[in-house]
Write a protein that binds this ligand. Structure first.
Ligand SMILES: Nc1ncnc2c1ncn2[C@@H]1O[C@H](COP(=O)(O)OP(=O)(O)OP(=O)(O)O)[C@@H](O)[C@H]1O
Ligand SMILES: [Mg+2]
Length: 359
């Protein structure tokens, strides 16, 4: 298959939407609705609209940042992509270069149970809290050996060699192989989390807030490691974060999410220089600037109120209840703005987009 040709099916299913045919990962029209209440715990029956028609592509070896406030659906999007939970609808296609120089196209949603087991080797996730995702009773060697034992028939000596390789790859001394998670620092534990995700040489990694639980000084080390690994292994990343400051230097492109929807998507550079959605402006105005002079004179946009419940999202534009532009506009209350390409490679879902430099 020619990787430069559009990924058919998935792309055509929901029309264009910023598609690049040579993407490592293509997501189209992803929807996840949770049924809640009415069970033995009681509560009113309802539907949580956690992910509502999300589409994006990530090119080979590139990083897309998915950013938004807590509860906007970032992790649910990632879990649906990896089929850790079942999406309600949508298409997800992973493309993978294979040894003969061609590209394998994997329809993730159509994959059966056996295919999914194989897929786990190609796409993996690193979680926010490295301590919670490691078994305290397993040494680092055991934790890294476990997936090799479960998914391969590798003899023990080869497993040990691979564990040593993985530890070196993430900057850990293989002599620490018999130590337990509590004997490592937060940054080292996250390195173990990354090593475990790399066990089978995956091409695509979801990084779900990988540095949010770490001290700022350690964050930079882990971000540098992720960057080096990407260069060395040609990895493609979906990088989830709740604030824009973290993603600025690590992402090629950024998608901003609000209440289950992508409201703006463009290159990281353009998002910081000329973002167009009022929600992006508000997120950017919260990014700290090192220069106090510049900090004093800059635009501040405070978001009022809490994020509305996804159980009953606002009509029209989901952001209108907190938007300083759209709060009083009838069109924002009644009509949902589609995600449209306002200039090449810049997608915005807003009735009143306005280019601003906030940072
Ligand atoms: N299993 C579930 N059942 C019902 N609702 C759920 C379930 N999982 C997630 N949700 C809801 O879906 C919405 C999106 O949750 P999600 O965890 O994807 O958000 P997030 O953007 O990752 O937030 P955070 O930044 O806090 O990690 C939230 O309102 C959450 O309460
Ligand atoms: Mg999350």
């Amino acid at each position: 298959m020619d990787p430069t040709k559009p990924v058919d099916g998935a792309v055509q299913a929901t029309g264009d939407n910023g598609a690049r045919g040579d993407a490592a990962l293509s997501v189209r029209g992803l929807v996840k609705t949770f049924e809640v209440g009415g069970g033995w715990l009681g509560g009113e029956k309802g539907e949580v609209s956690a992910v509502a028609d999300v589409s994006f592509d990530i090119g080979f070896g590139r990083t897309l940042g998915l950013v938004g406030e807590s509860g906007c659906g970032k992790s649910t999007t990632a879990r649906c992509i990896l089929r850790l939970i079942e999406p309600t609808s949508g298409d997800v296609v992973l493309q993978r270069p294979i040894d003969d120089g061609t590209t394998e196209r994997i329809d993730i949603i159509a994959s059966g149970r056996a295919d999914l087991r194989r897929l786990r080797r190609h796409m993996q996730i690193v979680f926010q809290d490295p301590f919670a995702s490691l078994n305290p009773r397993m040494s680092v060697g055991q934790a890294l050996r476990e997936p090799l034992k479960v998914h391969t028939s590798m003899p023990r000596s080869e497993q040990d060699t691979r564990v040593g390789e993985l530890m070196r790859l993430v900057g850990l001394n293989p002599r620490l192989v018999d130590r337990y998670p509590h004997e490592f620092s937060g940054g080292q534990r996250q390195r173990i989390g990354v090593a475990r995700a790399l066990a089978f040489d995956p091409g695509f990694l979801v990084l779900d807030e990988p540095v949010s639980a770490l001290d700022v000084s350690i964050q930079a080390q882990v971000l540098n490691l992720l960057d080096e690994l990407q260069q060395e292994l040609g990895l493609t990343y979906l990088f989830i974060a709740h604030d824009l400051a973290v993603v600025r230097h690590v992402c090629d492109d950024i998608a901003v999410m609000y209440l289950g929807k992508i409201v703006e998507r463009t290159s990281a550079e353009r998002l910081f220089d000329e973002s167009m959605h009022p929600y992006t402006h508000a997120l950017l105005s919260a990014v700290p600037v090192p220069d106090p002079e510049q900090e004093r004179g800059r635009l501040r946009i405070l978001l009022e109120g809490d994020v509305p419940s996804p159980l009953n999202p606002p009509s029209g534009c989901r952001f209108h209840t907190r938007c300083h532009v759209g709060r009083d506009q009838e069109v924002c209350r009644s009509h949902e703005p589609p995600l449209e390409e306002v200039s090449e490679g810049h997608w915005v879902a807003c009735h009143f987009p306005e280019a601003r430099q906030v940072v």
